[in-house]
Ligand binder design. Structure first.
Ligand SMILES: NC(=O)c1ccc[n+]([C@@H]2O[C@H](COP(=O)([O-])OP(=O)(O)OC[C@H]3O[C@@H](n4cnc5c(N)ncnc54)[C@H](OP(=O)(O)O)[C@@H]3O)[C@@H](O)[C@H]2O)c1
Ligand SMILES: [Zn+2]
Length: 380
């Protein structure tokens, strides 16, 4: 079976000056955003299971990485979650001060991913203040540090489903160039830094989103005197489509229909509903099951994406309304699919039908083999 990387949904968040700097070179911490924006970030933090930073950000800024609002902490606890997300730091040098706010502030789980042989010494020095994960045990990482995919897989095993990456420059660069960011929240402050020695948002690198592959702009918001831009990256499509394919594995087997999984996701990376074929009835299709679980008046449908492991059907024997029409009627404007339906049972024109109705259809054929594999028995 093909290996599927199980990882959390990753939101990267940063604030920069108009000329693209994360900080200046002065000793004091540079204030980029204001109170209103800090409150917005607090809300984003409260919605995550863990917050990750690079060791240099700890050394330079000494952030607490806690949820500040008591109401938000209470809401988390009421939902059966810890009051604060777990705090996560990456290091290679092991140069971390046990007196840093990361280790001393607030009740929170603390995880240190230590590469390059720094784990044993850190474990001894930090004691019970944090769980030190020896990144060298997580598999073959690059020689210069922690393998980020391995870190994400490990966080997923520890129950982290939504991760907030808060910088700094090297960590943002590494996550972005590895294609491991699903959503980017970028705040632009209304001033210039103008110091070439200050850290920029990212360093040089090969980014999956170059000029030929623009990110999707999900939102622009004025927050006090700063601007928040929220981008959705290609990694998010991959993330949700893999989830749809995973769901298809749960379909009750039959030789007369495909096993399909479907997930409807809003434009903040939250799942509205999911389903798989025959989940709630012998003839039901995955998209139909997922849509039946959403209130047709839900305003999030207009900016939601339907992820389906197989092309939505355009004609079906068992039901008067094919899934392509159900999607159009639901007001969903974007569909991402892995596998075009082969002409095995019916001749499917789902993609054309959706496009004719001005629904954006994105095909990810590189994931088609994974979706087909679940249906291998139909082709024996
Ligand atoms: N404006 C914002 O939104 C914002 C947010 C955060 C930070 N910042 C600023 O960003 C600057 C810090 O950025 P930075 O690039 O210097 O540092 P950074 O990204 O915070 O941390 C880099 C360090 O993290 C560790 N690290 C990173 N990737 C690793 C990997 N794959 N494996 C193992 N360790 C890894 C290494 O720690 P060791 O050195 O210990 O080996 C590395 O030196 C500061 O000026 C801070 O104020 C700004
Ligand atoms: Zn269908």
């Amino acid at each position: 079976m093909t290996e599927v990387l199980e990882r959390p949904y990753v939101v990267a968040s940063a604030a920069q000056s108009l000329d693209g700097y994360l900080d200046d070179c002065a000793d004091a911490r540079l204030v980029l955003s204001g109170e209103t924006d800090l409150d917005r970030v607090d809300d984003v933090r409260a919605g995550c299971d863990a917050i990750l930073v690079g060791a240099h950000t700890l050394r330079r800024d000494d952030p607490r990485l806690l949820v500040r609002s008591a109401e938000r902490r209470q809401a988390r606890v009421a939902a059966g979650r810890p009051p604060n997300p777990a705090k996560v730091v990456l290091t290679r040098s092991g140069d971390l001060d046990p007196g840093a706010a990361f280790f001393t502030a607030g009740p929170a789980d603390r995880l240190v991913y230590a590469a390059g042989g720094s784990a044993p010494e850190l474990r001894a020095r930090l004691g019970s203040a944090a769980t030190v994960v020896d990144a060298d045990d997580l598999g073959d990482g690059p020689p210069d540090g922690v393998d980020l995919s391995a870190v994400l897989a490990d966080l997923h095993r520890r129950g982290v489903r939504r991760l907030l990456v808060e910088g700094g420059r090297r960590v943002l660069t590494a996550f972005l160039t590895a294609g491991l960011v699903d959503e980017l929240h970028l705040v632009v402050a209304p001033f210039f830094v103008g110091d070439p020695d200050a850290p920029r948002l990212v360093g040089p690198g090969e980014f999956p989103h170059g000029p030929g592959n623009r990110m999707r702009l999900a939102e622009v918001r004025r927050v006090g005197d700063v601007v928040l831009a929220r981008y959705l990256l290609a990694a998010a499509d991959d993330f949700w489509l893999r989830r749809a394919i995973e769901l298809s594995r749960a379909c009750p087997p039959t030789g007369s229909a495909y096993a399909v999984g479907a997930v409807v996701v809003d434009d903040t990376g939250h799942e509205l509903a999911s389903g798989y074929s025959r989940e709630t009835g012998p003839r039901e299709h995955a998209e139909e099951v997922a849509l039946s679980r959403i209130d047709p008046a839900d305003p999030r449908l207009a900016s939601a994406t339907m992820y389906s492991s197989l092309e939505p059907c355009s004609a079906r024997a068992s039901h008067p309304v094919p899934c392509a029409d159900l999607i159009i009627r639901a007001g969903i404007r974007r569909v991402v699919l892995a596998w075009r339906e082969p002409a095995l049972f019916v001749d499917c024109h789902g993609v054309e039908r959706l496009r004719d109705a001005d629904v954006e259809v994105v095909e990810r054929p590189e994931l088609a083999p994974l979706a087909r594999e679940v249906n291998a028995h139909l082709f024996d």
